[in-house]
Design a protein around this ligand. Structure first.
Ligand code: C5P
Length: 408
């Protein structure tokens, strides 16, 4: 799992997983693990067909409890008489993955002829469905109609992917990536306190070309910004990421604008900012760009003597520009990665760039800054509140930043 998907802190939340008959059933073992890493408790129901592919023991061994099978099976972990009602009373979210054409039809009709369909019918909370089936079954008019019906019934639908499926056919029908199903679960469990908010996040390094093959840059991986974007996304925001060169991927319903240089990032951000409610600019933007050598590749020995001189020009300050053009109600967060005195620098930049909040860190400290999954932040806001946070996973830093911004 990518580091920016590794949110913890859903302690005590319970997810009930329904598994139906598909070769993709083995993949949801990873979903159980991901949910447990997020501190969730997991229970499961395996239909008769699911048990042809995976066993209850696989789920029990991973700590899923209870694991239900048939309506009338003895289950020492669960109340046998009312197992069909238990998830509806105990779990916060129900996810059916992989969901066969059969269970989708049953859910659409409200049938209740086995344990899983009864549990789904009796489940009052959010329900997520992630199908997996042969592309012709997925494309069949009856499945299309049933899938539409699930939307009308309020199910959260995680569409299957295109690709080759077990029988050798190719098309839409492969189970969505486990990461996507995991995020749908977290989103259903998270407070939706950023719902309806448009949020801009910049992340990653910029690259400033010098010749045809060389550029000036820095080692930012974009992880901190990716965590900020994901935290806002999980809390219901409509997130647009403006990303420098990173290998990170994002959910398909998040808008991502890829840029290379600071000037491209500036153009994208100034264009987007008037329509945003909030911005969090984490990108490690090159303050200077080399004056280009030219369109071709610089060759050794081209310039006389050993030394060459590279001249630099100043790049625009994106954060400062957005701060200066901020309208009433817009909120802006900046970052300050420092090697000197982060607290002093934070105070100076907060005022100078018209920010609502700034998060500063000392990149010389171990476990803080570039290339690690933790950060140790000093946080200062425009109301004068200041907090020193301990070393925390970047996902947790991101979550707290939005909490802090939402304080009155
Ligand atoms: O002034 P300094 O570069 O240290 O400020 C860091 C903050 O400003 C970060 O939030 C960074 O994303 C942003 N920044 C920017 N445009 C620049 C330089 C920094 O948006 N040219």
């Amino acid at each position: 799992m990518q580091p920016h998907y590794g949110f913890a802190g859903f302690m005590g939340k319970r997810v009930h997983l329904g598994v139906t008959g598909s070769i993709a059933a083995f993949k949801v073992i990873d979903l159980v693990r991901a949910l447990q890493r997020a501190d969730c408790m997991v229970s499961a129901t395996l239909t008769e067909a699911a048990r042809q592919f995976v066993t209850p023991l696989s789920f029990q061994a991973l700590g899923a409890s209870p694991v239900y099978t048939d309506m009338f099976a003895e289950n020492p972990d669960a109340d046998t008489a009312f197992g069909h009602l238990e998830p509806g009373q105990a779990a916060d979210v129900m996810v059916i993955a992989p969901a066969s054409a059969n269970i989708i039809a049953k859910l659409a009709m409200g049938l209740a002829d086995d344990m899983l369909s009864c549990q789904a019918l009796a489940f009052p909370g959010p329900k997520i469905v992630a199908p997996a089936m042969n592309p012709r079954m997925w494309a069949a008019p009856a499945t299309r109609r049933n899938w539409d019906t699930l939307e009308a019934l309020g199910y959260v639908r995680v569409d299957p992917e295109c690709g080759s499926v077990a029988c050798g056919d190719t098309g839409a029908g492969r189970l969505a990536p486990v990461d996507d199903i995991f995020l749908a679960c977290l989103k259903a469990l998270a407070p939706q306190d950023l719902a309806g908010k448009k949020v801009l996040v910049t992340l990653g390094p910029t690259r400033e070309p010098w010749d045809a093959v060389r550029f000036w840059s820095n080692p930012s991986s974009g992880t901190m910004g990716a965590c900020v974007a994901m935290a806002a996304y999980l809390r219901g925001a409509d997130v647009t990421v403006v990303a420098g060169s990173t290998g990170l991927s994002f959910p398909c319903d998040m808008a991502v604008v890829s840029v290379t240089t600071a000037r491209q990032m500036y153009a994208a951000c100034t264009d987007l900012w008037p329509n945003m409610d909030m911005g969090c600019l984490t990108a490690a933007v090159a303050d200077y760009r080399p004056v280009p050598f030219g369109e071709t590749k610089f060759k050794k020995g081209t310039s006389a003597g050993a030394g060459i001189t590279v001249e630099f020009e100043t790049n625009p300050d994106i954060l400062k520009t957005l701060g200066e053009t901020k309208r009433d109600g817009q909120k802006l967060i900046g970052f300050a990665a420092e090697t000197g005195n982060p607290r002093e620098e934070a105070a100076r930049k907060l005022a100078n760039k018209h920010l609502d909040l700034i998060a500063a860190n000392d990149i010389a400290k171990t476990g803080s800054g570039f290339g690690v999954t933790t950060n140790e932040m000093f946080v200062l806001d425009a109301k004068g509140r200041r907090e020193q946070w301990p070393q925390l996973p970047k996902t947790e830093v991101a979550w707290r930043l939005w909490d802090h911004l939402l304080l009155d």
